[in-house]
Design a protein around this ligand. Sequence first.
Ligand code: X5A
Ligand code: ZN
Length: 830
Amino acid sequence: MDLDDGSDVVMHDGDVLDSTENYTQATGTSLGSAIKAEHDSRGRIPRPNTLKSVTPALKGAGKKMHSLDLNPGIDVPRPPKFSQLPYATAQTGLVYDVRMRFHVESIPSENDVHPEDPRRIHAIFEAFVHAGLAWREGSEGPSNYYMGRIDTRKVTKDEVRLVHTERHWDWVQSLSTKTAEELVDELQHPGEYRQMDSVYLSPSTPYCAALSAGGAIEACRAILLGKVKNVFAVIRPPGHHAEREDVKGFCFYDNVSIATKACQREFGQRCRKVFILDWDVHHGNGIQQANYDDPNVLYISLHVHQEGRFYPEKSYRDRREPYGDLLHCGEGAGLSTNVNIPWRHAGMGDADYIYAFQQIVMPIATEFDPDLVIIAAGFDAAEGDMLGGCHVTPAGYAHMTHMLMSLAKGRVAVCLEGGYNLDSIARSACAVGKTLMGEPPDRLETFSPTRSGVDDVNMVVRQQSKFWSSLYPKDMSARLAGPLQGERMHDLVRKWQATTLWEEHEMSPLFIHKEKLSKSFDNQVLATPNYTEERPLLVIMHDPPEVLASPDPRTGKIELHNTWLTDIVKTYVNWAVEQGFAVIDVNLPKHVTSDDDAQKHEEVDEVLHRTVEATHLLTYLWDNYIELNDSSHVFLMGTNTGHGAIINFIKANEERAQDRLSKAISFVEDVPLQSCKSPTNDQLQSWYYGASLVFVANEHGFWHSEFARKSRKRFGRLEKSEENTISDMLVANRKAVTDLLLRETEKWRSQRPVGDDEEMAGVSAALPEPVQRGLPPVGNFALSPRGKAISNGNFTSPNGRQARSPRIGSPSKAAPPIANSVLSPRQRPS
Ligand code: X5A
Ligand code: ZN
């Protein structure tokens, strides 16, 4: 065996422990001076074998654990008290050694203390003592309930080599003989094979890193040897970012992976399968790498990912592709035993974590059925952590711990990783410690996971359902992306709408010049042929129709017979056409697809972004199709982001809007209500008040704001709807809208030539002429998704003045319209 020198295990050193463990107000600097006292004249920490050692060295892995018997303190683990309840009456172990505080910045920076602060482990130990969980000289005692103290020791080279390269070991070792200046130089001019990323170095770094990894091993061994029921290892430096040959993210040795492999080697069948749960807010790239092809190590990590923008992604020397995304599921025999739960946003809280545990972690871990559970327990997702930006509470950590304790007959080793707010980590660790000791978790206080959190979890379920028989619904994306070549329903529905609007009202697409084009833009803007004529023009900017589905509970499939589409906007279009109005119908997609994401789940685009897009579109329509025509009236109607677009447009085009716009009608369900206040024109808001009608959902937050009582006028003429969804509001308030439009157009209606339009509308509604009419001119005015204009010669110039040829589909391409005959499922009009 490849062993270190004879000093590789040093047990309790009375002097050091007594002088520092009671150092209750230890700070970075005061601790620094306590440590400096032990440095020799050259400013180096003595080699461990010069520290007074009270026990003989324990060499190598797999030797009998002697320290448990040798240490005569009150906090030594005792055997279970009651053989009928061996687990319940056994103690929780505690690994903590003050010497792990020696790893400090060699030249401390003045103002900003490095977050991976030596006080971190002290703060946790201190909190344990104060909470009565851990014993310290001077604590009341003896108590039967303290954690049982387990000594740490230095990891051996042989153990480190289970995970890291020899070069990695040698380089870490080499730090111990360097001066402060040399260490700074090492950081600033990293050698050819190494690039420093988020670490600091001190001569005692190799020593502390060795104690940290050794502590993780001894924690697990104590459980597997039956000395304790579970363990909390308060260790530093952390480990989960350290890779085979890289120190990274404050980490030197991958403590948890080293402990895993050491225990698998020592205990064989008794510790064949290890489950590592990593709740540090960062992805544990090191743990993933070390166990990626091992079917006997299940690694599950919950971490903020932000689509690759969060640490440690983008920090790899080899510039590798995202490593912590949900597609990384292991390789070879280890395919399926790597599970990433990447949060696309920070700000996750208890409810998100509990949801992930219930939907993913516990089903998979239960099916995996481990012999040992190790928690890579960073507390940087805790409320108050400055690096994580999340909100997990102590009760949240307690519940996660509690759930994990149902696995592996309760064999849970908690190993500290990150966590940088001293107060947060102390409180979180206490909650975990108490839970390990048998105390039921505190009540949770938040229960609603965030929208994106639910999406993130369900995406992982979908991915992992390929590998785990306990996960449903099963994924179907492979089928979609394969020979089936699924199309987005959004695009199909809009195509169908275009077909019906063509058949019933001869509505056809207006050319929209868009830089970034996608299928979702085809057919977005449909107009009746008379939109340039002297008659009222109604422009409706609306959300896509609502789809209500009852998915198959097992497969997640949405069957068409269990799916309903409600398109209330259509009834407004029908009504307006009957009145002889021209109509421009604008569909505002909730997500704009791009070519390469055709079969992927997409979150709804941000409201702000969608509103900006809708504003551009409205401005374009106004410039090219509305302003220059002969309309007698212009009515703008908008739902949700359409409302925002109308207000934005008015504010940016005060004069033009006031000149031509007759009424602006809005329906607002789940977007902010916009005011029409202009900084330069006081008169604008009173004009808008007179020209608007704004329906606001019954439960919209506005009604509880102070605006609802005073200064309402700037929001236009508000109507509180009885209803709460756009569809319901459009139904319930239709009469108010149509009455308003009738009143506004009274004069025009009494003067116009009789018969003309009603006749046309009546004919097309009663007597469709499918074969003659042919297919609607879908795609004729829009650009194709690839950005190429498809034109068959009938091109409407963007100024909208040119006459439009109403029938464009060539008769040879004619296919029966949807209403008149049914196409077989595979058949397509060619
Ligand atoms: C263990 C851990 C975080 C590193 C952040 C570097 N490391 N910016 O939490
Ligand atoms: Zn972290």
